[in-house]
Each structure stands twice: as C-alpha cells, then as structure tokens.
Write a protein that binds this ligand. Sequence first.
Ligand code: SAM
Ligand code: SF4
Length: 326
Amino acid sequence: MTDNQGRTIDYLRISVTDRCNLRCVYCMPEEGTENIPHDRIMTYDEILRVCRILAEHGLEKIKITGGEPLVRKDVVWLIKELKKIPGIINVTITTNGVLLKEQYEALIEAGIDAITVSLDTLDPEIYRQITRRDELSHVLEGIRYAAEQGKVRLKINCVPVLGTKKQGILELMEHIRQYDIDLRFIEMMPIGLGKQFHFVSEDVLRRLIEDTYGEMTLYCEKRGNGPCRYYDVPGFTGKIGFISAMSHKFCHECNRVRLTADGFLKTCLQYDCGVALKPALSEGISDDKLWKMMEEAILHKPQAHHFEEEKGAAEDEERGMSQIGG
Ligand code: SAM
Ligand code: SF4
C-alpha cells in the first residue's frame, strides 16, 4: 500500500480497548471517563478481518495497544490469530506493564515479537502523581521478569512530563543499564490531555545523557518498526532512543495507520481523518468494498502533522490517546 505521497504503509497500530487500569495525567482524566460502550468496540473477528484484508495489500507489522491492551479479555488469543495471517511478520505490544508478569508467558506462547513497557519514572510518589495509581512495584516486577526471561526484545517508553530532574531521568537510565533493554524517550504530543503539557526536547535529553555518560553514537542499522532514532551510550547494552515528533518531525517517512478502539481507520495522529469501519462492518460490507474504503482513506493520508501551529483546526482530533493508542 502506498499513499498519494508515495509513502509505503506497512504498519498498523490497533487500540484494542479505550479502558485502562492507570490514569496518566497526559492521557486520561482522573474521573468521569466515559468508556466506549461494548457494542461500539471492534470485536476480535472484525479486527482480524480488517487485518487480513490489509495484509493482502502489504500490511506486515502490527502493534497492539490501547488503553491498556492487557485489560481486554483474551487479547492473547487475538495476538495468536494475528500471527497466523499470511504476510504479517511482526506483532508487538505496548503495555503499561501492570499485568505484564502474569501475562508474559501467554504473550510469548502467542508468538509476540517484542514488548514495550511504558514507564516514566522510578520514584513511587512521582509515579503516583503521573499515573494516579499505586502500581509501580507491579510494573517493575514485570520488567524484571521479562528482562530475566529474555525471550523477546524489551523496550521501555518514557514520556518526560514533569521535568528531567523531578522525574528522575538519570535514575531511570541507571536502572535500565543493568538490562539489555532499549530505553526510548517520547516527546509529549499535543493530543487530548497532552495539550496541557510542554514537551522536553530530544536535544535537552541528549545533553543531559552525554554530560553524564559521555558521547552518544548514532546507531545506523534498522531497529524496530517506527521513527525512533537509536544511539549507543557508553556503558549501556541496550540502545537509547528518541521519538521526537515535535523537534524532529518524521512525517515524510511515516509508514503507519491506526485502528481506534471504535473501529476508525485513522491515517494521521493529529487529524480526524480516515474512515469509520465499524458501521460498515456491522452492515455486512463485502471484502472488496471494505478494501476500497480503506484504500481511499490511506491514499489521502495527510502529508504531515502541524502540531507546531496554532490549534483549533476543524479537523483536529477529538479522541484522546487512550482511544487512539499512541
Ligand atoms: N497503556 C499502554 C501504555 O501506556 O503503554 C498503551 C497505550 S498508551 C496510549 C501508548 C503510549 O502513548 C504510552 O507510551 C504513552 O506514554 C504514550 N502517550 C500517551 N499520551 C501521549 C502524548 N500526549 N504524547 C506522547 N506520548 C503519549
Ligand atoms: Fe493508560 Fe497508557 Fe494512557 Fe497511561 S498512557 S492512561 S497507561 S492508556
């Protein structure tokens, strides 16, 4: 699949649920979240059908995300089925890690290819402040267990939101150093509740890391499915990566579309553009027509995001990150 800009689209991120067992300040409100009713959430059969059709047209890589994907019942079954689809070479998951230890073996058995855990800090009080829950010890247990088992590549995602010192970025680096784990810093994007926060730029983090550990060297080989730029840092086995949508825009090489929990095929993170698949699926659309709908949406994938510009465009996304999946 290519879009009108000539970009190859081979990667789909699926938000399997908008529900979550945490309430991160930049992603979900503390209370009053209205969950999407069950009958508007994509069923596993619908997700599999969409993926089978997309795989016939070049889809190769799938990310399972959410909300928190591990709170959706039988998500491991979905992963197992996705792995059977001809053409799909890579199925990975991004989780907050709270339920990782108890589901790790089942994920491995299902054939998961890599696991990413989101962890913004090691400080229990700051963790509570960011996630509004007291789950740090479970997340750290999950990470330790997965790192010790070492059956698939493990990554940590960190969004600096309260400042590098308060959040203990260097302490996080020190903790990761004992493992063969990649640690990736994500610049906060002005989506949903993220609009209330400023991003910490890659340049600021790189300076901090280089002042502490010495010069970083760009890792030139391909690693992962996305736009993350990886570096070797002296003393670290894993790589340190940056996903810098704000300071180093990567739209020209964007290879992805997203499927929201309510079945909207979303072609750009910023804009509400794409196509609603759920109503068509419920009405019994044929595979041919379903592909035509998706093809049309993919062709018109926006050229770039404009996060840096004034907000308020009519087509700006109303959904929060937990519905989109990050
Ligand atoms: N619940 C899972 C988790 O937290 O890993 C998966 C869903 S979460 C929406 C996926 C990723 O998006 C997480 O790493 C989270 O930190 C990140 N995220 C959420 N809101 C964001 C924002 N406004 N800007 C940048 N990253 C964000
Ligand atoms: Fe939940 Fe992930 Fe959003 Fe945090 S970032 S509230 S863990 S979906």
